[in-house]
Design a protein around this ligand. Structure first.
Ligand SMILES: Nc1ncnc2c1ncn2[C@@H]1O[C@H](COP(=O)(O)OP(=O)(O)OP(=O)(O)O)[C@@H](O)[C@H]1O
Length: 460
């Protein structure tokens, strides 16, 4: 939720560590081939010779959000949709009817589609593998998505791999981001918070048991499956995820291979080193370049819990240096509204996640059994924190807007938080040459993979 919110992407390490500054990935400002989209782009600004993207979300009234989201769902911009259809490989559009653009990421566009035969709606995430860093992000995301199946983790349906683009067909989440819901529902209690957290913790516990560390956990990456009150909450965006450490307990087990990151299955026993993530959510051990584990996700969950209960950030500063300093010191407070109205158990939960020593931090399994989560989720009447949360989010947004107006967008992004949107938008390029298609049945779940490269891997 910081104003300057460049994402820190992994970079090949030198001699076992990556400097925080060096690990901020430089991106070239390149020609943008689709600048008339109906979804505003992440803006870029030059900082110290590196190009970063920043985006500060505006707090929109819920109705406005819903109108925009509905327009996207309905595909009410036929011209734009036609244009997007043209960018999709015909082998994808033969199977899926492109309905509307949902959003854009650093290396991706996400569209709502309909399966032509079944009329079932899905999302397709089209990833540009040729953009700098795109191949690694895409590989990380696919490596995780192809192995997971859990009701609180976004589900991959099938994959089309082309030389320059990869199309991931995903279940479609139509319920919006976690904070959108907090803002739009008009009433929000600790009970609501614990109900959401239970779902996130269930998803994280599952991932950690598989040895998967998400590394970019934040409210924007938590999407509701549908708009109803009983919707599942889904962990999404595995672009920075890694198979890197055994996460059954809170310790990092196995030898510390301090030669960098170890993305990929089979590396479950190594601790991680690469500095990456979204600044405001980075755990101290990441910033201190120490070997780390899935406990970094639990730190991020502490930050998320703090935000969800208050609408403000535990660690925030315009200066990246000062921000990182306050994180490594674990310097945050429960001052100001609505903290006096928040239970001590909730504060205890946050304190046990925002512990500097990752070995003492709650694991996902422990967190889901914390008394606050257990008792609060079952309780009925609780104080409404909504007004303070919305007010803090709004104040924060206007602070950011006045400090850096050029970063503010008028997008349909609505959580009002600007919670770590970052990284430059990469250009889309022409799609690759056609190659013979082959379909592989995924052993685990009957997942269809369509590799259009003879080796089965995207080429360069
Ligand atoms: N399965 C899905 N269903 C509905 N919306 C989705 C789905 N996957 C992604 N989105 C939305 O599409 C937009 C782009 O998502 P994407 O994961 O490509 O990038 P991002 O996470 O926003 O940015 P970055 O790539 O920089 O991390 C986001 O608004 C996201 O909420």
């Amino acid at each position: 939720m910081g104003c300057g919110n460049s994402k820190v992407l992994p970079e090949a390490s030198k001699k076992g560590y990556v400097s925080v500054v060096q690990s901020l990935v430089a991106f070239r400002k390149a020609h943008d081939d689709d600048n008339d989209d109906d979804v505003p782009k992440k803006r870029t600004e030059k900082q110290s010779g590196l190009w970063f993207s920043t985006q500060v979300k505006n707090l929109h009234p819920a109705s406005n959000i819903q109108q925009q989201q509905q327009a996207a769902r309905d595909g009410r911009h036929p011209g734009k949709v036609t244009k997007y259809k043209d960018k999709f490989d015909p082998r994808v559009t033969a199977r899926y009817d492109i309905k509307a653009l949902i959003g854009r990421g650093s290396f991706s566009r996400v569209v709502r589609v309909e399966h032509r035969a079944t009329r079932q709606p899905f999302a397709i995430k089209m990833m540009e593998v040729e953009a700098p860093g795109g191949r690694e992000v895409c590989a990380s995301e696919l490596a995780v998505l192809q192995r997971v199946s859990h009701s609180n983790v976004i589900q991959l349906i099938e994959v089309f791999q082309f030389p320059r683009r990869v199309y991931m067909v995903l279940e479609l989440a139509t319920g919006g981001e976690l904070l959108d819901r907090v803002v739009s529902r008009g009433h929000f209690t600790e009970r609501d918070a614990t109900q959401a957290l239970q779902m996130v913790l269930a998803g994280m516990g599952y991932l950690h048991h598989l040895g998967i560390t998400h590394r970019d956990l934040k409210p924007e990456n938590l999407l509701y499956y549908h708009p109803g009150a009983d919707s599942r909450l889904l962990v999404t965006d595995f672009g920075l995820a890694t198979f890197g450490s055994a996460c059954m307990g809170s310790e990092v087990s196995g030898p510390d291979r301090s030669d960098g990151d170890h993305t990929g299955a089979g590396d479950k026993t190594w601790s991680l080193r690469t500095t990456c993530g979204t600044p405001e959510y980075l755990a101290p051990e990441v910033l201190l370049r120490r070997p780390y584990s899935c406990a970094v996700d639990m730190w991020a969950l502490g930050v998320i819990t703090y935000i969800v209960l208050s609408g403000s950030m535990p660690f925030e500063d315009d200066s990246r240096t000062r921000l990182y300093r306050s994180i490594v010191r674990g310097k945050y407070s429960f001052h100001g509204d609505p903290w006096p109205s928040v239970s001590n158990l909730a504060k205890d939960f946050i304190q046990r996640l925002l512990l500097l020593d990752p070995a003492t931090r709650l694991t996902a399994d422990q967190a889901i059994r914390h008394p606050w989560v257990v008792t609060m989720a079952a309780s009925s009447s609780m104080r409404n924190l909504h007004q303070s949360i919305s007010q803090n989010l709004r104040q924060r947004t206007s602070r950011c807007s006045s400090r850096c107006p050029s970063r503010t967008t008028s997008s349909g992004d609505s959580s009002g938080a600007g919670l770590g949107r970052r990284t430059p938008l990469q250009k889309s390029r022409a799609s690759g040459r056609s190659q013979p298609q082959r379909a592989i049945q995924h052993p685990a779940r009957g997942l269809q993979e369509h590799h259009l490269h003879p080796t089965g891997a995207p080429d360069s």
